[in-house]
Design a protein around this ligand. Structure first.
Ligand code: CMC
Length: 399
């Protein structure tokens, strides 16, 4: 028999005010650093990038401008934006070796896992991979932000046995992505909705994937390892993959008439969670969901058919969530509830949705890495030890 440690023997776990063991399960409400990148006011449905509200950015900005803003902490002049967008356009092509790698991956592999592999390989092929100067880090960031949509579109075409489409430098970031997916220039609504999607998902403070990136970067590991780790964290259904899970949930419900029954049987009984609802920080409606919901409505009206069905299912389910979970338990619908319907309307297969999230978020991860390593300290939390110590070691023949 060993003996249990007392809390006094682990004083770092004791709250100085209450004198009790304090465990922040899930690192809830722990501030790990100061930052000027993003602020979420989860009680008033507000989100700011570098001080600019998400509504203003979604209404007036472009993804290229938001990437600039997040990196340089200021809005660009016209000239600066033209030069910066030009830089992003020049970086869109991916090396032939990455396409060859994509051709060797089994077609049924989850797209987030494909993206993880491709980004890792892209890092191996970057001649400046060990350049840790600030300029070198900016260059790697632009390289990856620009190439990520090309990897996703090429994977989509390779697995569906279609020729890959090279980036078109005449198109902006969002238009070019849809062009590389489908081979035609997108209509106005799709082009703008995709641009807004990139903006809305670009950054979101210290979420699980950004934290993962910082944990890795804080050991002075390399940039690509940090991003690959972040992709791994985003891939879970409690985080970015919730946009895939939300659409699968709408598919499972099947029709607007089934919503109420499904909700009673699965949510009110506690069998399942509503995917695309609840948030660690938002205790009211997610402001990004509101913007996506409006695009989903426009697509449902314009396209009809399956998009309209999904929209109607989502609308009815949201009503139940807002009246039965949000009012009483602060579980409200979030960004991942609505984004998938918008992607579906643009002809993007459901299993790719989380990769779109990753492509947008790479700039947010990168901005956090840059900010954190400028004044680095290794991230090293503790656990409260609840096991025994001084257990007697019994030789194997006597056990
Ligand atoms: N549906 C039903 N109940 C829920 C939900 C939900 N979506 N989310 C939380 N709850 C309940 C949960 O069962 C728990 O109940 P109880 O106290 O009775 O055990 C309570 O609310 C607290 O849940 P929690 O897991 O401790 O909350 P958290 O802050 O740790 O988790 C979350 C946040 C986002 C992981 C969670 O709300 C969830 O699982 N949501 C569904 C997945 C999802 O939509 N994720 C996307 C988040 S937004 C975009 C992103 O960051 O990627």
């Amino acid at each position: 028999m060993g003996r249990k440690l007392s809390p006094e023997e682990q004083p770092w776990c004791i709250d100085k005010v209450s004198g009790k063991v304090l465990i922040n399960k899930g690192v809830e409400n722990v501030c790990i650093d100061k930052s000027t990148i993003c602020f979420i006011d989860g009680f008033n449905s507000k989100l700011y990038y570098r001080g600019y509200s998400i509504e203003d950015l979604a209404q007036n900005s472009t993804y290229e401008e938001v990437v600039y803003l997040l990196l340089y902490d200021k809005l660009p002049t016209k000239r600066e934006l033209t030069d910066f967008s030009g830089w992003m356009r020049e970086e869109r092509d991916i090396p032939r070796e990455v396409d060859e790698l994509l051709c060797r991956i089994p077609v049924d592999v989850e797209p987030m896992e494909v993206l993880r592999t491709a980004v890792s390989y892209l890092g191996n092929l970057d001649p400046g991979r060990y350049d840790t100067s600030r300029e070198g880090m900016f260059r790697k960031t632009i390289r990856l932000v620009a190439k990520m949509p090309t990897i996703i579109a090429h994977w989509y075409r390779i697995r569906s046995r279609q020729d890959v489409i090279c980036p078109d430098p005449r198109l902006n970031h969002a238009e070019n992505f849809l062009y590389m997916m489908h081979g035609t220039k997108p209509d106005q609504l799709s082009a703008r909705a995709m641009d807004v999607s990139y903006i809305l998902l670009a950054e979101h403070e210290m979420n699980a994937s950004a934290f993962t990136a910082l944990v890795i970067a804080s050991t002075l590991s390399d940039y690509y390892s940090a991003i690959v780790g972040a992709i791994g964290a985003l891939r879970g259904p409690l985080h970015g993959y919730a946009n895939v899970a939300a659409m699968r949930q709408f598919e499972e419900i099947g029709s607007p008439e089934n919503v109420e029954k499904w909700f009673k049987e699965n949510i009110l009984t506690g069998k399942k969670r509503v995917m695309g609802a609840g948030h660690r920080v938002y205790k009211t409606y997610d402001p990004r969901a509101k913007i996506f919901r409006e695009y989903a409505r426009q697509f449902a009206e314009k396209t009809g058919g399956k998009v309209k069905d999904y929209y109607e299912i989502a609308r009815r389910l949201e009503e139940l969530v807002m009246s039965q979970l949000c009012e009483t338990r602060n579980i409200c619908t979030n960004v991942d509830f609505w984004s998938g319907i918008v992607y579906h309307a643009m002809g993007i297969p459901i299993d790719l949705y989380c990769t779109l999230f990753a492509a947008s978020r790479t700039i947010g991860w990168s901005a956090h890495i840059l900010e954190y390593i400028a004044d680095n300290r290794i991230i090293r939390p503790r656990l409260y030890y609840d096991g025994e110590v001084d257990r007697e070691y019994i030789p194997i023949e006597n056990r």
